[in-house]
Design a protein around this ligand. Structure first.
Ligand code: LLP
Length: 417
């Protein structure tokens, strides 16, 4: 079904931990994101266990799921955060993450965001271009502080994943490539209000083959040696996120331990703590998107559609990356049917599954779109005047509402005549 056992059938009803999903739908309505707290904690535990022998810091990449309660769950495990904007920094701080565990990333930070990060006292700001280094220096100098910075390296390693989520290739906008580094190091020497504390990379997302990390880490370590020989004293190496999860049981993800086995022997001799920025790995399989079958429709070609009350506005991954998500019937049926599972949005890309064998559930019944914890709620929108769903977190037999369903009033609240 999925990597974690916290979504399972109890008496033929799909449940999250000890709570039946049909009961959640009755109480909170649909569409509804349902998150298992135990799954979050379990993926955190797996990650930490894999890298236990390496001095490191895990900074949860909040872009994957920025709900305050999710961030807080990881903060309580001692994790820091990787944030990509002022808004994510605001969320992380409000979730209770201390600033000295927050890394501020992003290829296009505005002066106000740099200022906000400096005023908050974040662990470091990543710089992805020479102009950005100068901007950080300016903001720090105006405040009379020295900004700790990481240089994001573009190692020119093209990891095999969806082209929209590969980031370590020199044709992409991310990081500074090797040819630009000499200039970056010279510039760093002349700037009085920045201090280089870390070398960083992030080669993409949902990467199955550890060899891409090995290749990119080799480049990073080379640069680390060069920087040391130039007199920089670098306190951390950050190898980013991107670790894979299983969306499709026919394509199981490489276990995290395989990444650790390759990376620990390479990174340990560097003698500095390593920063990891996992997002998807920690959250993807901890949530489902619960939705109701509004209508079943068979067209004249015999094709069957399940029209459900969630759509691409709640989970855009199939539309954007052609990604596979399992769709399970909340109540089990013996009979199956081949159908497309589609939403109410006026786009043909508004689908969760195509030509999929599904339980032969009736109108009014519930389905769960699995693996909806990462890049789902965070990428949701109000397109078509849709209201963002409520979110609940299950902990054993306890359920907490962690985000209220949006209202029509909220849709227009910021508009002026
Ligand atoms: N660090 C940096 C600098 C990143 O840009 C990202 C993700 C991460 C860490 C976390 O990567 P993860 O461990 O989650 O793979 N919306 C796409 C994924 C975009 C990833 C963007 N950067 C999707 O739904 O597949």
């Amino acid at each position: 079904m999925c990597e974690h056992t916290d979504f399972h059938y109890i008496d033929d009803v799909l449940s999250c931990e000890d709570v039946r999903l049909d009961h959640l739908a009755e109480t909170y309505g649909t569409p509804l994101y349902v998150t298992s707290k135990r799954s979050l904690e379990e993926s955190a535990r797996q990650f930490e266990e894999a890298f236990a022998s390496l001095p490191h810091m895990t900074c949860y990449s909040v872009k994957a799921n920025f709900n305050l309660s999710v961030i807080r769950t990881f903060a309580r495990q001692g994790f820091g955060c990787d944030v990509n904007s002022g808004g994510e920094l605001f969320r992380a701080l409000n979730a209770g993450v201390s600033a000295e565990k927050i890394i501020f990333a992003g290829v296009g930070k505005k002066d106000e965001e740099i200022g906000y990060a400096l005023d908050s006292g974040v662990l470091m700001l990543k710089a992805e271009s020479l102009s950005e280094l100068r901007a950080i220096d300016r903001e720090a100098s105006a405040r009379g502080v020295v900004a700790p910075v990481a240089l994001r390296i573009n190692p020119n390693v093209t990891a095999e994943t969806h082209p929209y989520i590969t980031t370590g290739d020199s044709k992409e906008k991310f990081g500074i490539d090797e040819a630009g580094l000499e200039e970056a190091f010279s510039l760093l020497r002349t700037l009085g209000s920045v201090r280089l504390v870390c070398l960083d990379m992030h080669i993409g997302s949902q990467i199955f083959d550890p060899e891409y990390y090995v290749a990119a880490t080799a480049v990073l370590l080379d640069i680390f040696e060069t920087a040391k020989s130039l007199g920089f004293s670098i306190g951390y190496l950050d190898i980013g996120g991107g670790f894979p999860v299983t969306y499709d049981p026919r394509k199981p993800a490489t276990p995290i331990s395989h990444f650790a086995e390759k990376l620990i022997p390479m990174l340990a001799p560097a003698g500095v703590p390593v920063i990891f920025e996992p997002g998807r790995f920690l959250v993807a399989n901890a949530s489902v998107l619960l939705s109701k079958i509004l209508y079943r429709k068979r067209n004249h070609t015999g094709k069957m559609f399940f029209i459900v009350d969630a759509g691409m506005t709640e989970l855009i991954r199939p539309a954007l990356y052609q990604s596979h998500h399992e769709v399970l019937s909340v109540t089990r049926h013996e009979q199956t049917v081949v159908a497309d599972v589609v939403g109410p949005v006026c786009e043909s890309s508004d689908f969760f599954a195509r030509h999929r064998t599904l339980d032969d559930a009736a109108e009014g019944e519930l389905i769960a779109v699995m693996s909806a914890g990462a890049y789902a709620a965070v990428m949701s929108s109000n397109y078509n005047g849709r209201l963002r769903p409520a979110e609940v977190m299950v902990d054993g037999s306890n359920v907490k509402l962690i985000r209220r369903r949006e209202t029509y009033e909220q849709l227009i609240a910021d508009e002026l005549f």
